[in-house]
Design a protein around this ligand. Structure first.
Ligand code: 13P
Ligand code: SF4
Length: 329
């Protein structure tokens, strides 16, 4: 693919926006893909939904909508496009399909999974329900459709506390993120039965690292994702979903900030927050990073990577996501 005059003219405005986080030599590789994908999207009436952890060339170059998992699920239910390409991981594409069952939903790499989602199956949930009869099940959206089908109500990191409180019960089964379960327990009086799932990205952060960053950067604001270990959250100034973290930076404009999460977050939002200095010990999600421009182009051109689910699973799983969306943020 060639970086010719047509590509340059069409993509220059995007590059101007992101030049601070991407060297020109790298842009010459991405730009032809960006141009081709953006043209193809229009021809096919397709929409690209991207999670906040996607790389800047995807987030700023081709995404029609970039957000956290809750907003991606809502957007999938509203779009008038014929095809949804999910630039994210498998559970996000499945959730989009649940919300828009009549649309073609494509995932550019079927191996883009999630350590939380793969930690639990529908059968595990059925066994838990046998063990704790009558206790409602709240599942994180980072789960398979099979797990969602056994779930009373889903939640994301943006609304986990609100969802659990909304049930008005004394005890809930909260799956599968053990750290998020602890975070919810710390914010409510509800007894939480949890599962030992972890996010391999956020589990790598530790309290000492946070304390050292604070010592070496006086005045820094440290903001963490609730999938981090509880002591990391306690050592931080704010915890929230990926979009919650982005809004914190936009609204507070701290001089220096560390986002205790996946690496692309700081790159993506540096663009709109030029006066904020991002201190970047961060960790990469190997699943999110499986999604690349060449794979997105291939999937859109050949309509590969389609999410297929049986009708019964769709019906059952959708209810738990719809309940969550109705409760909101
Ligand atoms: P958000 O819902 O905060 O976007 O998080 C999704 C995720 O996978 C974080 O690791
Ligand atoms: Fe899953 Fe963690 Fe990657 Fe998010 S960052 S997709 S929770 S493995």
């Amino acid at each position: 693919m060639e970086f010719n005059q047509e590509v340059k003219l069409a993509t220059d405005p995007i590059y101007k926006k992101i030049s601070k986080v991407m060297p020109e030599i790298e842009w010459a590789v991405h730009a032809p893909y960006i141009h081709k994908i953006n043209k193809l999207k229009k021809e096919k009436n397709a929409v690209i939904l991207a999670h906040n952890y996607q790389t800047p060339e995807i987030y700023h170059g081709i995404a029609d909508f970039s957000a956290d998992s809750l907003a991606l699920a809502v957007e999938a239910s509203k779009t008038s496009a014929d095809i949804i390409v999910m630039a994210g991981v498998h559970f996000m594409a499945e959730t989009a399909k649940l919300m828009s069952p009549n649309k073609k939903v494509l995932l550019p790499d079927m191996k883009a999974g999630c350590s939380l989602s793969s930690s639990i199956t529908g059968k595990d949930v059925r066994l838990l329900k046998e063990k704790y009869p009558g206790v409602p099940v709240v599942s994180y959206v980072n789960t398979s459709a099979d797990v969602k089908a056994e779930t009373d109500v889903c939640c994301t990191s943006a609304n986990a506390v609100k969802i659990v409180k909304s049930l008005g019960v004394k005890k809930v089964i909260f799956l599968p993120d053990d750290y998020l379960a602890k975070y919810v327990a710390s914010q409510t009086d509800v007894e939480i039965i949890s599962w030992k799932g972890i996010c391999i990205v956020h589990d790598q952060f530790n309290e000492n690292e946070i304390k050292n960053i604070r010592k070496n950067n006086p005045g820094i604001k440290i903001i963490a994702h609730p999938e981090c270990p509880p002591e990391v959250i306690r050592a931080s100034d704010f915890a929230g979903s990926t979009s919650g973290m982005i809004n914190y930076v936009k609204d507070n404009q701290p001089k220096k900030v560390m986002m205790v999460t996946e690496c692309s977050m700081s790159d993506n939002i540096q663009v709109e927050n030029p006066n904020v200095e991002f201190i970047r010990p961060c960790n990469m999600c190997p699943h999110m990073k499986k999604i690349t421009l060449p794979k997105i182009l291939d999937c859109l051109e050949n309509e590969t990577g389609e999410i297929i689910m049986d009708q019964e699973t769709i019906e059952k799983a959708r209810l738990s996501v719809e309940k969550m969306v109705a409760i909101g943020r």
